[in-house]
Design a protein around this ligand. Structure first.
Ligand code: IPE
Ligand code: IPE
Ligand code: MG
Length: 255
């Protein structure tokens, strides 16, 4: 698989961006999908889990190297307790059932987010899944659970502050790389394509630093309805973008 090295963290520039190396997705709209059908919100989450499986398969099939999925934000604890409970149960059942299948498909599974806020049983299962799949070099799958972009940056700041206070790093020498190496996505290329379903046009505290130069794609389709054809639409939109990274269009065309 065409897996880029950590050195190629900034996406390659070019007129035709082709296929994204890293796709990041805010899977939004489960609740509305269910309500439209007179069903409880949790029915939308169950259906949304099926859409996750479809997307993982579709990305692996296309040799997309990295997929990062926002499953539960650091703000989602504010939801009604039974809904949070049901989401956690869905994670447990996915960790029990789906991780083995991911492994047999050569997918490397990782969770990004604050594990200290998660139930011990879930943390254990996450660790088992990560260990089982750690040598897989197919699709690199990150699932963001109890994740917040601000939390991620805070972790990086803490790690830098630790190095400064122990005297191994001078404050005046702090580089962008020092921040990136403290993020939960350290060593991975930044997302090339961001997809948000469900019609909202916001980042909702997802990968804030990492999305600095990502192409953004928003669709009104609700997450449970996001299928392979919808992925294809997002990829087609991406392939038509001109990624200039500060340069002019003429400069790119001259190359
Ligand atoms: C996204 O769907 C799933 C999670 C946040 C866990 P929502 O549950 O936010 O669905 P809507 O936005 O209420 O329709
Ligand atoms: C973002 O969706 C988080 C996930 C999809 C996990 P939300 O539905 O929680 O976002 P807001 O609150 O509408 O911004
Ligand atoms: Mg929502």
């Amino acid at each position: 698989m065409n897996k880029p090295s950590a050195a190629s963290k900034t996406p390659a520039s070019g007129i035709d961006p082709g296929l994204p190396v890293h796709v990041a997705v805010i899977m939004d709209g489960n609740g509305r999908w269910a309500r439209q059908r007179g069903m409880p919100r949790v029915a939308g989450h169950r259906k949304g889990a099926d859409a996750v499986r479809t997307l993982i398969r579709a990305c692996a099939k296309r040799n997309i190297a990295y997929l990062t999925l926002f499953a539960f934000s650091s703000e989602n604890w504010k939801r009604p307790k039974p809904e949070v409970q049901r989401l956690m149960e869905l994670f447990v059942s996915a960790l029990d059932k789906d991780v083995k299948e991911l492994h047999s498909n050569n997918v490397r599974f990782r969770v990004i987010g604050d594990r200290s806020g998660l139930d011990e049983k879930i943390v254990q299962k996450i660790g088992n899944g990560e260990l089982l799949t750690k040598d897989n070099d197919g699709l690199q799958l990150n699932v963001a659970i109890n994740y917040g972009g601000k939390w991620d940056l805070l972790q990086a700041c803490r790690s830098i502050a630790g190095r400064v206070s122990e005297g191994t790093l001078a404050a005046s020498s702090i580089q962008i790389d020092d921040i990136e190496s403290g993020l939960s996505t350290a060593g991975m290329p930044e997302p090339d394509l961001f997809i948000r379903t469900g019609g909202e046009h916001r980042i909702s505290n997802f990968l804030m630093w990492q999305l600095a130069y990502t192409e953004l794609y928003f669709t009104d389709v609700l997450w449970p309805d996001f299928d392979e054809a919808e992925l294809e639409l997002a990829l087609t939109s991406f392939s038509g973008r001109q990624r200039r990274f500060g340069r002019t269009g003429e400069q790119l065309e001259a190359n």
